[in-house]
Design a protein. Structure first.
Length: 202
């Protein structure tokens, strides 16, 4: 059963520090488990080897392994998390961070000559579009106070709109993101370059 964001606008109940063995029955725990699985996979994919240790063929085999893992992780997420349903779509900032991370990884693979199949490219592009559409329709903006969430919304929209094929829609997204980024720099940053939130946590 999926929970739509419009039916359940309240954030999931706060969960105290979660133990290593999580009960996946709560939305917060489900989100944490998925994050740990993806982060764990990313750690296992690190290229922590000296180039002298590997021949060219071995390196090519490793990059094929990593690109296949990336492809499978993305497709698994898309199949398991329909747009705008469930905890993975609750925070527009998180949606934007995910989309930008995917695009950076995709570009890194492409830059070393990895070619993904046409079906994956089509599904990936559609999902990136859905991420952008979700962010645009759920901007974390408030007339009284704007912060890092809204800035993340705008930055990710800028990145997504630049990736998408040129169209009237993507051009509007790009223009909106550029305009709002310019506005937010003056709104959120102090003359000395510090952020108005003045948080030492991040």
């Amino acid at each position: 059963m999926f929970i739509t964001l419009t039916d359940n606008p309240a954030p999931p109940a706060a969960v105290e520090r979660l133990p290593n063995s999580l009960d996946s029955s709560t939305p917060k725990a489900e989100c944490q488990l998925k994050c740990e699985r993806v982060c764990g996979s990313a750690e296992s994919l690190e290229l922590g080897v000296e180039s002298s240790e590997l021949g060219v063929e071995s390196l090519e085999l490793k990059t094929d392994k990593y690109s296949l893992e990336f492809r499978n992780e993305v497709l698994d997420f898309i199949a398991s998390n329909p747009p705008r349903y469930g905890v993975q779509w609750f925070s527009s900032m998180d949606v934007g961070i995910r989309a930008v991370n995917w695009l950076v990884a995709y570009d890194l693979f492409r830059s070393i000559g990895i070619e993904f199949d046409d079906d994956f490219n089509r599904i990936f592009a559609k999902s990136i579009y859905e991420h952008g559409l979700h962010i645009l329709n759920n901007l974390e903006w408030s007339a009284g106070l704007r912060g890092n969430h809204y800035l993340a919304n705008i930055a990710s929209l800028l990145y997504i709109s630049d990736y998408l094929p040129v169209s009237d829609e993507s051009t509007l997204w790009l223009a909106f993101a550029l305009q709002e980024l310019n506005n937010e720099v003056f709104e959120q940053f102090l003359p000395d370059g510090g952020n108005f939130e003045a948080s030492t946590s991040y």
